[in-house]
Design a protein around this ligand. Sequence first.
Ligand code: ATP
Ligand code: MG
Length: 686
Amino acid sequence: MLPEKVDLNEASLLWNLKIRYDKELIYTYTGSILVAVNPYKMFDIYGTDQVKLYEGRILGTLPPHLFAVGSSAYSQVCAANNSSNNQVVVISGESGSGKTESTKLVMQYLAAVNRAPSNLVTEQILEAAPLLESFGNAKTPRNDNSSRFGKYLEVFFRDGVIVGGKVTQYLLEKSRIVTQANGERNYHVFYELLSGLDQQLRDKYGLLDPDKYFYLNQGGNCKIEGKNDTQDFKALLSAMQVLGFTSEEQDTIFKILSSVLHLGNVYFHRKNLRHGQDAVDIGSDAEIRWAAHLLQINADGIIRALTTKTTEARNERLLTTLNIDQALDARDAFAKALYSSLFSWLVARVNHIVYKGTKQTAAISILDIFGFENFVENSFEQLCINYANENLHFYFNKHIFKLEQQEYAKEKIDWTTITYTDNLPIIHLIAKKPVGILHLLDDESNFPKASDLSFLEKCHYNHALSELYSRPRMNSAEFAIKHYAGQVWYNVDGFLDKNRDTLRPDVVELLISSKIPICYDETQNTYCIGPFPRQPTATFRIHVTVSKLLIKNPAQLFGINLIFQNFPRCNPWFVRCIKPNNEKAPMKYDMPCVLEQLRYTGMLETIRIRKTGYPVRLPFAHFVDRYHYLVPATCLPRGAPSKELCRIILEKAASAEDQCQYQLGLSRVFLRESLERTLEYNRALI
Ligand code: ATP
Ligand code: MG
């Protein structure tokens, strides 16, 4: 049954997708945009036969498929003789809609179709995906394999051959390392490690079962139905092998992971000092000794950093004791720093292998970020994730509606403007200087006396009148933003600390004192690439990344914008992923759930502009050059301006009903995709 208040066009789109989905056709085009409805079930449609089928075929000549997008992007790259033909596949959709799976499928297609499919670097780029998923994905209520970081994968080509790649990661969710809500898990790698490691190695790292670790069992269930952690651990080891990780590096990675788990089990007893000052004792020192042993740090040093604080005043170092909350925070901060440094290092390590620096002719990039989220409780992480998605939506709108219509106006094309919901006001509310919510947060983070509540007050004061912003009815510590995909309430608890994201100097010193080498070959300066600052080789250890965290970086929130700033030099291909139901159920098409997504993504307007717009545009001379064969040479007067020649070719080569399928602008000819297909078809017959 159709949900209420659905207009005719919406209904036909909704039904069309449903009918196709019921026939197991999960892909549909709206113009050149590919809509993918998640089947939650693997179909046999990604084999080599399909790769071959789509190879070299332009979009629209075969049934809709992700491979058709891959093939079109790849054809452009092969035709490229300079980097201006860079392509970007922009994959969007809410959490669980299928972005990461689509990313992998596009990459698989490129790997299979490129002119040297079995070269090592291609295999290494493919293997980077499961490696990064182990460390950067986790179970959430929306998705059992949810990306908790943004990924921008660039694949470099030279003469149609993959010659290298590069991964950029954004905003790994750090809070997950130490807390998970009910039904969630920590990052997959921990469970995989505990399930896949043999007894001898478990003893070496002092490891027990996952339910014994506070950092792993808060969600109430350490298993995911349908996921085999032991097998995935094997896959992780094999990925590491393909990527050339040495056994020393592997050992270091396992030591860091194990230390994080040991630290999570450190607990404290409250004790009262004289003058009523709070202090704590470590509950048991077994975990501390394990962490100290694995990280090669002095155990007393760890105890000191977790129970006391050094402050400097008038050139004097003052030692004060921590209360129990501060001690727990110190412990969690230490664990988060360890894990997030490891993650940054892994990405740099992967890049070191796959980024060859070889001269390339063009690139295909694939953007796969964390999808829009609206949980029962939303915090700073959700604000970052949703802000990134607002940017993605803005980029989509800009390309599909704004630039397109600007171009029509400039070229004086006969055109009735199509309106769409511009989300720029939401982006301004969140990030515009000086009072955008993130700027208020940064200001407050720099102000020692500020608190989460004083930040909230400033938000209310500056934005209460905005219709995109809401204050809570009760006196709760929340605010709401009306995002393009719906209203989300954010609880400000912990916002300031999460934004500051700094480590106490005591903890940094502790990390610096670690003797474990995370650098493979220090003498060669091997990993001083990518996001790492170039450091004197001898001191290049884990603390390089940790001290990087210390750099107060208000721009980190806006870092996600950098990707979009790079895009203008790329030709975009859009894939819109749709989640068919909220239960992760295979082949279940829930109308209200799909309709909501079609509405907020502006799919109807997109269809309208794709149907009535002219997405293909060619300079007159170029058009004449390509299609003059379609009419007898005698029809084309010598020396006539190319615009005139264009008109003649189109009047003669396009059928009567196709005469509305093009327009001549001031400098270019504009065509609908269907007419271009007909012209191409006729051209191929000659
Ligand atoms: P998030 O924003 O949370 O990272 P996502 O959009 O990346 O979400 P995916 O992890 O790609 O979502 O997909 C969620 C699940 O849906 C997958 O684990 C898989 O079970 C299923 N799925 C997605 N795409 C496909 C597909 N093409 N074929 C079969 N199953 C799929
Ligand atoms: Mg994902």
